[in-house]
Design a protein around this ligand. Structure first.
Ligand SMILES: *Cc1c(COP(=O)(O)O)cnc(C)c1O
Length: 435
């Protein structure tokens, strides 16, 4: 195959990404909107010239860069001098004290993408990259098959970039996710079916309409955006890799790309080589990767999702095989938790750290807890838990489990009576659930 010609390049800096390559067999493809190898049927991935990257970046140049994912532009598959920058990335890495103590961990950090910009989930990272690349490739309409957050991101960032947008979601999504898409005024197709059916439909639409589907024909570019979750953690830890990460798994893309990000920082000399353990989190109601892990299989058997963790409810995960491989070779684990545990995970993080996450984050916190209790995380390991979405978007999940405000008259005695009442059983019972 011949290589595509680069349309725009940054003056003075050679492009660092060179071609697409199939994950199996190493078949090369040009840098177009392609995502599957025609020979091996394996996914395509972006390949880089790491010598070129090493020549362009250092810790200092990165630190002097924009306060967004674009400080790592040399590691991302875009040429534009002005990529779409809506302030995505550089979210807080919080050293945990109260959650850590509760779990019995000494070195726990929380990567808080619940406050990622502009739509409060990690998906803003992948979409910022995908839409920048979509523009470079000449697409004028962008689209996606979404479990909710991706539709929010695609619609918002397309609005900012002046791209036409049509997104596809399952029709049973949380109200916050639907509203959080509609507000940007894209075309929204609510499909009567689960995510896997939405995705299949989108594959057909993509072939016919020539749109840029961020997670289908633009997937190799899109998925690279998740590497920034690895880059930022390494930089925020003082240019060091952690010992252990715990991240949620839907398609498995984010998890595998955090790994790729760490490897690239090692390869380019930005951090010292180190073995990092990768553990993954799924909801029991959609845990095809966790099941394969537990049963020692290297293939993933698709399932029909049934869980409150809708944002990670992918029954047929595209990168499941690669996620399994990483968990095994890094001596990590992939665990699942029940919906009740997910709700407790959300509340635990909120009450100990002041971070309100959505169901995906509840899943990850609950799995973290489960792994600690099973002795699968050493208390002294520097462990990073990835919180990928915001709780205001999945209010339905916790509505029944958080009590009600105490409604009072605007009078002191009314307040005092209510305060007395609040100190009695109900509230205590309630807190005991979490101990
Ligand atoms: C999409 C999503 C994930 C995981 O996505 P992958 O498909 O595994 O990359 C995790 N958390 C949230 C909140 C998401 O929206």
């Amino acid at each position: 195959m011949t290589q595509a010609t680069q349309t725009q390049t940054t003056p003075g800096l050679a492009p660092t990404f060179t071609h697409l390559v199939s994950k199996e067999g190493g078949v090369k493809y040009p840098l177009k909107a392609l995502h599957v190898c025609e020979e091996t049927f394996s996914p395509l991935e972006v390949a880089y010239d790491y010598d070129a990257i090493r020549a362009q970046v250092s810790r200092e140049t990165i630190e002097a860069g924009p306060n967004s994912i674009w400080r790592y532009k040399a590691f991302l598959p875009v040429n534009s001098e002005n990529p779409i920058d809506v302030g995505t990335g550089m979210t807080p890495l919080v050293k945990s004290t109260r959650l850590a103590r509760r779990l019995g961990l000494n070195n726990l950090y929380i990567k808080n993408d619940a406050v990622n910009m502009p739509t409060l989930s990690f998906k803003d990272r992948v979409v910022s990259v995908a839409l920048t690349r979509a523009k470079e490739l000449g697409f004028t309409t962008v689209s996606c098959a979404s479990t909710g957050n991706l539709a929010n991101s695609t619609a918002a960032i397309a609005a900012h970039a002046g791209l036409d947008c049509c997104v596809f979601i399952p029709s049973d999504l949380e109200a916050g996710k639907v509203l959080g898409t509609l507000i940007y005024n894209p075309t929204v197709m609510a499909v009567k079916g689960n995510y896997d059916q939405v995705n299949r439909l989108c594959c057909e639409v993509g072939n016919t309409y020539g749109w840029g589907f961020v997670n289908i024909n633009l997937r190799p570019y899109y998925s690279e955006g998740s590497k920034t979750l690895g880059f930022e953690v390494a930089e925020q830890l003082g240019w060091k890799l952690p010992d252990h990460v715990v991240a949620p798994l839907a398609s498995g893309s984010l998890y595998t790309k955090i790994y790729k990000g760490f490897q690239e920082f090692i390869k380019t000399g930005l951090v010292e080589d180190k073995a990092v353990r990768f553990s993954g989190a799924q909801a029991e109601g959609c845990s095809p990767i966790a099941s394969a892990f537990k049963e020692g299989r290297d293939f993933v058997t698709p399932v029909k999702p049934n869980t409150i963790a809708k944002s990670i409810a992918i029954g047929n995960p595209a990168d499941g095989y690669y996620a399994l491989d990483i968990a095994r070779k890094t001596n990590g684990n992939i665990e699942s938790v029940t919906d009740a545990e997910i709700v407790e995970g959300i509340k635990l993080l909120a009450e100990t750290e002041g971070i309100f996450t959505e169901t995906a984050g509840g899943t990850t916190v609950a799995v973290l807890k489960k792994l600690v209790e099973a002795g699968k995380i050493d208390p002294d390991e520097t462990t990073v838990v990835y919180i990928t979405g915001n709780g205001l978007k999945t209010q339905e999940a916790v509505q029944e489990y958080i009590g009600q405000p105490l409604t009072i008259e605007p009078k002191l005695d009314s307040f005092e009576r209510a305060l007395e009442r609040s100190r009695t059983l109900d509230r205590l019972d309630w807190q005991q659930v979490l101990v």
